[in-house]
Design a protein around this ligand. Structure first.
Ligand code: ADP
Length: 628
């Protein structure tokens, strides 16, 4: 008996006593090794005909002997010589494995993941493994055998065909662990389907199937018969390897529905073969409807990751940015090793490259959809637009340039959603800014006095009704060189120089009146002034500084923010409205009445802006006083 080298021994020990929960991947590892071995033989046979098999005979055969607790996995690949057995199965070649600790610590589990579990993973389910193998072109076959850490033997043996046969002697069940499940043909079939469906060689197994034989006499019970049927368990050709012209919409939809558990067909399918520093295939889908758990904490974004047809991860979250978290699909790259695990994604250069290029691809496809099928894009945007908007706003706007062209908004001049590009392109020459009106509903935003004022100048106004919209605008700051300006903002700047002069003069001569009114509304507004840009109403609320009244409203609803976010609002009085003279007169004759009027006007201005009023009872009695 030969001893394993120290590092291999530690690794083995960990496998045998593994607390690594994902035991079932042993089958994937062995099938993947077998497939690689067949690749190698096939390759060699191209220059050495004596090694060739008819193409359809290459394959991997699994057999189960339930009674004796044995699973065999046979391939007709390249096989191994005794020297290769020594080198491949008796030493761990991976550099850096010296960092293993002896114990089964979490750290070690992450190391298992990092280097890939490979052949040794079979020790997670086996008490003994024997490998009979016959290297192509060699006279002698060899048997490698081991019961774990004690050591291994390599002896010549009889094994006629070229290739390898791995025999796993499955562990006995314990109180907490079930190994017998791996001796169930349906379990094995499921595992092959799940992890190795797209291996390019057939994975075959004899399945015992019960067939019903109808009785000749209708009243008699039908008979049952158990037959053995050799089945190919994997489908072999991944959909994403086929050219899109070979695949029907329906096939894509079926694949999508079955793989991602959705009742609806996808809204859009994206297939691509990308060549670059890292080569990969991808098949992605945009769902029609957000999954039921989409807005819950439990929702996990990610694409299924394959390395050369072998699945290596179910949901690889790092492949998708948060703002494209609705995308479903797969990525398959032959440049990735099987050894990637959750722990190494951050450091993996190839994965990062793929993620970058996927992001670009998704963005391009969405832009294309926006251009070519606005109705579909609108459906998409209604479902997932909020995620894009949060993407702009999050991380201090780090991704705003990626996302800004994907945004669409309703506007006062058009029925449909329009993009910022479309808005700015349609702007009259003298329009200086992108105007928007923010309110809880489209109707309210449209009916704001300032919206009408801006519209009367011939400018369109974007209607912001999502709470995040205004935060998006303030994060973007500008688009195509034009600033975003809230129609209720204090610096709307729509007047001529002469008009500005007359407003200024009026405000200066009425300073005492305005100060009195400001004092009355102390703590509520920053100031009161006359203005020529109110529109038709007597008063209007405008904001100065970063926060608009609407943003302050949204922020104040956040837990912990109550009362914290005060907008810097100014009460503007329409200087062309008769109310101006009333106020001036009251300032001379009845200050008490003026106070009440000021409060009523302020409440009115809040109502017009879609904001609530603080003391409705007081307002009601003030109005009543006016009426009686
Ligand atoms: P990896 O596949 O990541 O290299 P493994 O521990 O799974 O690591 O396998 C080690 C090596 O053993 C393989 O690289 C291969 O050379 C050899 N090997 C494993 N299984 C087979 C097989 N069925 N036929 C031929 N060679 C094999």
């Amino acid at each position: 008996m030969k001893q394993f080298k120290t590092e291999s021994k530690k690794m083995l020990d960990m496998m045998i006593n593994s607390v690594y929960t994902n035991r079932e991947i042993f089958l994937r590892e062995l099938i993947s090794n077998a497939s690689d071995a067949i690749d190698k033989r096939y390759f060699r046979s191209l220059t050495d005909e004596s090694l060739a098999l008819p193409r359809e005979e290459y394959g991997i055969d699994i057999s189960i002997d339930k009674e004796n607790r044995i699973i065999k996995i046979r391939d007709n690949g390249c096989g191994m010589s005794d020297a290769e057995l020594e080198e491949n199965l008796s030493t761990i070649a991976h550099s850096g494995s010296g960092t293993f600790k002896n114990e089964n610590t979490d750290e070690n589990i992450s190391i298992i993941g990092q280097f890939g579990v490979g052949f040794y993973s079979a020790f997670m389910v086996s008490k003994k493994i024997s490998v009979r193998t016959h290297a192509i072109g060699s006279d002698t076959a060899f048997c490698w055998e081991s019961e774990g850490t004690e050591g291994y033997t390599i002896t010549p043996c009889d094994y006629a065909p070229f290739g390898s046969e791995i025999t796993l002697y499955i562990k006995e069940d314990t109180e907490t662990e079930n190994f017998t499940e791996f001796l169930d043909q349906y379990k094995i079939k499921e595992l092959v389907k799940r992890y190795s469906d797209y291996i390019r060689y057939p994975v075959r197994m004899d399945m015992e199937i019960t067939k019903t034989i109808p009785a000749e006499d209708e009243k008699a019970e039908p008979k049952y018969e158990t037959v053995v049927e050799n089945q190919t368990l994997n489908s072999m050709v991944p959909l994403w390897h086929k050219s899109s012209s070979e695949v029907t919409e329906e096939q894509y939809a079926d694949f999508y529905k079955a793989t991602f558990y959705d009742y609806n067909a996808p809204l859009k399918t994206i297939q691509a073969h990308i060549e670059g520093t890292v080569e990969y295939e991808t098949l992605m889908f945009i769902p029609q409807k957000a999954p039921f758990d989409y807005y819950s904490k439990g929702y996990e974004k990610g694409l299924t990751l394959y390395s050369n047809g072998v699945m290596i991860m179910d949901k690889c979250g790092d492949l998708l940015p948060d703002y494209f978290n609705f995308v479903k699909g797969i990525v398959d790259s032959s440049d990735l090793t099987l050894n990637i695990s959750r722990e190494t994604l951050q450091q993996n250069y190839q994965l990062r490259t793929i993620a970058k290029s996927l992001e670009k691809k998704i963005r391009t496809e969405l832009l294309k959809l926006m251009k070519e099928d606005r109705e579909k894009y609108t459906t998409f945007f209604k479902e997932f637009g909020a995620v894009l908007k949060f993407g702009v706003y999050n991380e201090y706007g780090a991704n705003k340039d990626t996302l800004k062209d994907l945004l669409v908004f309703k506007s006062s001049a058009t029925e449909n959603f329009i993009s910022l590009k479309e808005y700015t392109e349609a702007m009259p020459e003298d329009q200086k800014a992108i105007y928007y009106a923010s309110a809880t509903t489209e109707e309210l935003a449209k009916s704001l006095p300032r919206t009408n004022l801006v519209r009367s100048k011939g400018y369109d106004v974007l209607l912001f009704t999502d709470e995040v919209d205004e935060f998006v605008a303030t994060t973007l700051m500008n688009f195509g060189g034009k600033d975003f300006v809230n129609v209720t903002s204090g610096n709307l700047d729509l007047s001529s120089d002469d008009e500005k002069e007359s407003v200024k003069a009026l405000n200066e001569e009425s300073k005492e009146l305005l100060d009195f009114m400001t004092e009355t509304l102390k703590g509520e507004v920053k100031g009161v002034r006359f203005s020529n840009t109110v529109g038709e109403d007597p008063v209007s609320l405008v904001s100065e500084g970063y926060l608009s009244a609407e943003m302050a409203r949204v922020l104040s609803q956040l837990p912990g923010h109550e009362g914290m976010a005060m907008a810097q609002t100014v009460l503007e009085i329409n200087m062309t409205h008769k109310i101006k003279d009333t106020l001036k007169n009251l300032f001379e004759s009845d200050k008490e009445k003026l106070s009440a009027y000021t409060e009523i006007l302020y409440a009115q201005a809040r109502l017009i802006s879609g904001l609530e009023i603080k003391d409705p009872v007081k307002l009601s009695s003030q109005i009543c006083d006016l009426l009686v």
